[in-house]
Design a protein around this ligand. Structure first.
Ligand code: AMP
Ligand code: MG
Length: 567
């Protein structure tokens, strides 16, 4: 992260609130919950508004002049529901008992479709690792349809791992249990952390075996097949617009943009649903840039590394999407990526995410250029990304440090000096910031007592000596002096810090433990983690083990320290 690159102008507010979330009315929660899936209201605007693939052939191929191909989920041998998210169920207006029905397990594993569903796979392209990759598309995702709930919110349901589509290229369209557990748990964990994200309704095993070469090293093995049902306002990506632009298909490009703006960004055009002009597309792009920057500030706050920030994995809504070889920073290391495919250049490392977000927005600007016809307004709108990121990032770091009113260059240095200090010895990011909340501003403490709350964060306490110890003491001098100047009571500051610095994140090794047990037929750890991650900022007696720093055995174990795209 560039030193001094981020400037502050705003004051902290509640990082956890997401103004884009639909408001859940009391009536929606308490009354009127559907007890049968047939009571859901579908309004399939994506397939209604946009041109579909005229060819009915489920074989890998290039699909032109169409936004999607109709395709049906593949029936599976013996579907079994392992877990579901009660919050997503309730957002959809469904009664909690419905998750126990056979119908639920059948529909959300792809073995039955409701009459009102219109399943399809979406066409899109993308830049992968900086290079244009041509047509990609939903190779193993099948959208079921769009639900509209009583509060007017739209929810697209999508099965991941439900079989091949015309976009599957040389792969099988399936997903395995390990990657599905990771997607299911992380989507919900991110939501509860206050990070904009797609959601996960359910996780089911299929009863089918799937062949995977986990490290692309010639050692394929049979693994348990699984399906996750994901939920989002839509799964439209940056790459959705890049594909028609790359083919000079302006008609499809405009139809996609008009659909997206009128349905998902009505505030941009004051509710106008057609006749959009260049300025409307620019305003829309500005909003996407803003949301993308906000999302990435949240990633940096909680230590999330997406791992595959290709433009096909960037949601038009600014939601975290496509949980593949993602990871969580354990020791604070801006150069870390969990993705073995990216091992050499580390393009998508933690510290590069802010810049990659901007690069991706630039690709989206290129994609919609034909609708605007002028570079300058798009260039100017792109600046929004930088402005929002800089402002929000500084405010977010101020919140992490418990400084209520950030003060110019002085605080910038305090923040950057800390971020340079943290990687000098292995320091657990999550535990460090929780510990920092317990640092006292009392002046009667000796140096050892003062630094004591931070010690748990160091992976090897013996390394916390010499220069690092001296620099930490010196930094604490400045930090505590700064806090005293603000004059907030320690208890108040600590409470505010603990509301933005999570205690529980989905540590890589903890997710792997849940996967190991699920592979052995026991999903109970998945359920316990799901529940723990519901209140990630709160201490939970009996669950301290999920907040512990990575044990030594996990340092080199696949799944805990490194992951591939093979899933
Ligand atoms: P990703 O970057 O992992 O999100 O995926 C890149 C592209 O590969 C997308 O078009 C995916 O749909 C496709 N893909 C990934 N895994 C599979 C699979 N097992 N079967 C078919 N397509 C896949
Ligand atoms: Mg993807």
């Amino acid at each position: 992260m560039a030193r001094g690159g981020f400037d502050l102008t705003a004051t902290p507010d509640d990082l956890r609130s997401d103004p884009r979330e639909g408001v859940r009315t009391e009536a929606g929660l308490v009354l009127g919950m559907a007890v049968s899936l047939d009571e859901l209201t579908f309004d399939n605007r994506f397939t209604d508004d946009l041109p579909g693939d005229p060819m009915d052939l489920n074989e890998p191929r290039q699909v032109h002049n169409a936004a999607y191909s109709r395709v049906r989920p593949k029936a599976t041998a013996s579907p079994k529901l392992l877990a579901h998210s009660p919050e997503v169920l309730s957002d959809l207006g469904l009664d909690s008992r419905i998750a126990e029905t056979d119908e639920f397990a059948r529909v959300f594993s792809g073995n039955a479709t409701l009459a009102a569903m219109e399943p399809y796979a979406m066409a899109y392209g993308g830049h992968q690792f900086g290079h244009w990759a041509g047509q990609l598309g939903d190779g193993r995702a099948i959208a079921l349809g769009e639900i509209v709930t009583d509060d007017g919110a739209r929810h697209m349901l999508q099965l991941k791992g439900a079989g091949p589509t015309p976009y599957s290229r040389r792969a099988d369209g399936l997903a395995v249990l390990r990657s599905s557990v990771r997607e299911f748990l992380c989507s919900e964990a991110m939501h509860h952390l206050g990070v904009p994200t797609t959601r996960a309704l359910s996780l089911a095993t299929t009863g089918d075996q799937v062949m995977r070469d986990m490290f692309y090293d010639g050692n394929p093995e049979w693994e348990t097949g699984a399906v996750v049902c994901r939920v989002a306002p839509s799964f439209i990506r940056f790459g959705t617009f890049e594909l028609p632009m790359s083919r000079d298909d302006n008609e499809l490009l405009q139809a996609l943009a008009d659909h997206t703006i009128s349905l998902h960004f009505p505030e941009i055009t004051d509710g106008r649903t057609e006749g959009f002009e260049a300025a409307d597309y620019v305003a829309w792009f500005r909003e996407i840039s803003k949301r993308t920057a906000e999302m990435i500030v949240h990633w940096q706050r909680v230590g999330f590394v997406h791992g595959v920030m290709n433009t096909d994995n960037m949601s038009i809504h600014g939601l975290t999407i496509d949980y593949g070889p993602y990871g969580w920073l354990e020791d604070y290391n801006p150069g870390w990526t969990p993705n073995t495919t990216d091992r050499e250049y580390k393009r998508y490392r933690f510290g590069a995410q802010p810049h990659i977000g901007q690069w991706n927005c630039t690709q989206l600007a290129n994609a919609i250029y034909p609708l605007v016809g002028d570079v300058e307004p798009l260039q100017e709108a792109l600046e929004t990304y930088v402005d929002v990121f800089n402002t929000d990032w500084r405010r977010m770091m101020g919140d992490k440090l418990g400084i209520a009113e950030l003060d110019g260059e002085r605080d910038t240095e305090l923040i950057h000096d800390l971020l340079e200090l943290l990687p000098k010895i292995e320091t657990d990011m999550t535990l460090f910031f929780r510990g920092l909340a317990n640092v006292s501003t009392d002046d009667g403490l000796d140096l050892d007592a003062r630094v004591a709350p931070l010690l748990e964060a160091y992976y090897d306490p013996d390394t916390f000596t010499g220069d690092v110890r001296a620099e930490t003491d010196a930094w604490l001098d400045r930090y505590i002096a700064r806090l005293r100047e603000e004059g907030r009571a320690d208890a108040n500051r600590s409470q505010a810090m603990n509301a933005v610095n999570p205690l529980f994140v989905l540590r890589n090794y903890v997710a792997q433990l849940a996967i190991d047990e699920a592979d052995n037929g026991d999903p109970s750890l998945i359920l316990e983690l799901l529940d723990t991650l519901r209140t990630p900022y709160t201490e939970q007696p009996g669950r301290e083990r999920f907040a512990e720093k990575r044990p030594e055995w996990a340092r080199v174990r696949p799944g805990c320290s490194m992951l591939s795209c093979s899933s």
